[in-house]
Design a protein around this ligand. Structure first.
Ligand SMILES: C[S@@+](CC[C@H](N)C(=O)[O-])C[C@H]1O[C@@H](n2cnc3c(N)ncnc32)[C@H](O)[C@@H]1O
Length: 202
């Protein structure tokens, strides 16, 4: 998160990636109404996408420390279809509600492997049978970085928190399979990011 904007936290990256993300998200909204966002961060994505899609009910969530910022964005927006954040630590208790779509941007590289495993275990209980988990961010393939900038970013992440870092796609597939999920689509995104779509294995 960067400079505060009129008392709201602001992340430049959200403004840059929201339209490319929307290009993919829009393809998965038919017959989907209830969204849970994991790690809403500033709340910018939640407000942007809820404005684009008034028929969606967008439930924000994050650790308690992020709630004031998310609330500020929601209050300023005047939107009624974006919901105030619930406390969701992916390593803790998950909501009892079920959703059509679970969305998360730029979170998996922030979390430890243990927390990502807990995330994949926890989210299945929140997924309706045809739900998808749409996750945006940088990923490695076959143990290799997809760009020099991702490699630098990974070193930067690990200096901050040695347990964090860009996750390997094949490792995600392994843990997802154990949770009964498979990656059904993988989209290339600007700036060496990806969108991965996970669904329950039929
Ligand atoms: C890099 S930020 C991304 C925020 C936002 N999704 C975005 O794209 O700008 C990572 C987010 O993960 C959240 N986070 C960190 N640890 C978490 C945990 N254990 N459970 C849930 N969220 C967590 C942070 O609070 C933060 O909002």
């Amino acid at each position: 998160m960067q400079m505060p904007m009129a008392n709201k936290p602001f992340a430049e990256a959200c403004d840059q990636n929201r339209e490319p993300i929307n290009g993919v998200l829009s393809r998965f909204l038919k017959n989907r109404h209830k969204v849970l966002e994991i790690g809403s961060g500033t709340g910018q994505h939640a407000v942007y996408f809820s404005k684009q899609y008034p028929r969606l009910e967008w439930q924000t969530s994050d650790l308690k420390s992020a709630h004031d910022g998310i609330r500020a964005w929601i209050e300023d927006s005047g939107l009624t279809n974006v919901k105030y954040p619930i406390e969701l630590d992916v390593g803790g208790t998950w909501p009892s509600e079920q959703y059509d779509l679970i969305f998360s941007a730029n979170t998996l590289h922030i979390l430890s492997e243990n927390l990502v495993e807990r995330l994949f275990l926890g989210l299945t209980s929140c997924m309706l049978p045809d739900a998808i988990f749409l996750v945006y961010g940088p990923f490695n393939y076959g143990g290799s970085y997809t760009s020099a900038s991702n490699e630098e970013f990974d070193y930067w992440l690990k200096r901050r928190d040695p347990d964090s870092g860009i996750k390997n796609f094949e490792w995600l597939q392994d843990i997802a399979t154990r949770s009964g999920l498979e990656c059904s689509q993988d989209f290339s995104m600007p700036a060496n990011n990806r969108i991965l779509i996970w669904q329950k294995i039929r």
